[in-house]
Design a protein around this ligand. Structure first.
Ligand SMILES: Cc1ncc(COP(=O)(O)O)c(C=O)c1O
Length: 384
């Protein structure tokens, strides 16, 4: 059988990894400034993570959600404490798309309404409603096309107000990332997030903060939405939550009430997933990783701004986008194949940095040195 060929692959076969380092099958070492797509939060094969997962596996790997599982409560307790949302409720699932799907469904159940407001540049996943709220017509299958999702310009307070004036009574949810990831690392402004909060409260709609990529400490706050000093009704989390183990969740405000059968999942919240998620939170706390992400991120952002030829540098903490001229077509590949550095990308020509939150200043320095050297070889840059 062949693999269903949906991914354009880089010519590297990864064999093992530790912290922010990855080795290929030939033993060549790479600096991981990509974090496996923002997934590696506490570093590859962190000893505490390996130990906790191994111990759990020896006890029990899986049982269904039809029995009591104290480890789920332990996780809810810890996540409530670390995220500073102790009064929220936790629903566990398996992926970012599934988290957003459940968030929007829950908002619709709660309000009895059918419309969702999403924004230009947004990415919320590939399942039915999540993909409908994603601003990429190419990946929306005909069956998922709907007029129930309204797309508005990102960071535009005026159009948001007009939309609520016209159809506020029909809006179940407003969903936005705190920093758009796939959209090219674009932070939501404080005024924009505060206006979403105010309008949702005024019109009884649910504010869904998609924190799948920008959450879990990556921005230098637990949620990137925290910078605006607001509280959302639902936070969706995934990527960094399990450091590679598939686990996701929604954190649900106390006024949203459950009933039996409202949401459900087979694999969500299984003991292995909970052990992985607990190991991540314990490490984030013990190693002050949110603070580290903020500090190393500021260092990188300061050093990257005003480099010759670079069009713009955006982001917060360890979620950084470097916008390059479209003529610089080889830079990302050169970083990988010549300098041994993994980075991410966003179209048309943005380098995305999404490394582990454990990244050290020395590792950040190694990246900067290589990046500055590569800049000098780009068209239009004075390399004299
Ligand atoms: C902001 C955001 N939301 C949702 C998703 C979907 O997550 P998953 O791929 O785990 O379904 C992603 C994935 O990149 C994302 O960046």
């Amino acid at each position: 059988m062949n693999l269903f060929d949906v991914y354009p692959l880089q010519d590297v076969t990864v064999a093992r990894a530790r912290g922010s380092w990855v080795w290929d099958t030939d033993g060549r070492r790479y600096l991981d400034m990509y974090g496996g797509h923002a997934v590696i939060s506490i570093g590859h094969t962190h000893p505490h993570y390996v130990r906790r997962l191994t111990e759990q596996l020896k006890k029990i790997g899986f049982y269904s959600n039809s029995v009591k599982m104290p480890i789920q409560k332990e996780l809810a307790e810890k996540l409530g404490q670390v995220s500073k949302k102790p009064d929220y409720q936790l629903f566990l699932c398996n992926s970012g798309a599934e988290a957003n799907e459940n968030a929007l469904k829950l908002a619709s159940f709660h309000t009895g309404r059918r419309k969702v407001v999403a924004f230009r540049g947004a990415f919320h996943g590939r399942t039915s409603l999540a993909v409908s709220a994603t601003d990429n017509p190419k990946i929306i299958a005909p069956v998922n096309r709907t007029d129930k999702v309204v797309f508005l310009p990102f960071n535009d307070v005026a159009s948001l107000r007009v939309c609520f004036e016209k159809e506020g009574g029909d809006i179940a949810a407003v969903i936005t990332e705190g920093i758009q990831g796939v959209g090219g690392i674009r932070p939501a402004s404080t005024a924009f997030l505060q206006e979403i909060r105010a309008l949702c409260t005024e019109h009884g709609a649910v504010f869904v903060a998609d924190s799948v990529q920008c959450g879990y400490g990556r921005s230098g706050q637990f949620f990137a939405h925290d910078f605006a000093g607001i509280t959302a009704d639902i936070y969706s989390v995934a990527k960094g939550m399990g450091n590679g183990f598939p686990v996701a969740a929604i954190l649900i405000a106390p006024h949203l009430k459950p009933w039996h059968g409202m949401l459900g999942t087979t694999f969500g919240g299984n003991p292995l997933a909970c052990a992985a998620a607990l190991a991540v939170l314990e490490t984030i706390e013990q190693e002050n990783l949110t603070e580290n992400a903020g500090a190393i991120g500021s260092y990188l952002l300061d050093e990257l701004r005003d480099l010759p030829g670079v069009l713009e540098v955006r982001g917060r903490g360890l979620m950084i986008g470097i916008e390059l001229p479209e003529t610089w077509t080889t830079l990302k590949k050169d970083l990988l194949y010549k300098d041994g550095i993994f980075t991410g990308e966003a179209k048309p020509n943005v380098i995305r940095l999404l490394p582990a939150l454990t990244l050290t200043r020395q590792q950040a320095g190694l990246f900067l040195k290589a990046f500055k050297k590569r800049l000098k070889t780009q068209p239009g840059v004075n390399n004299g």
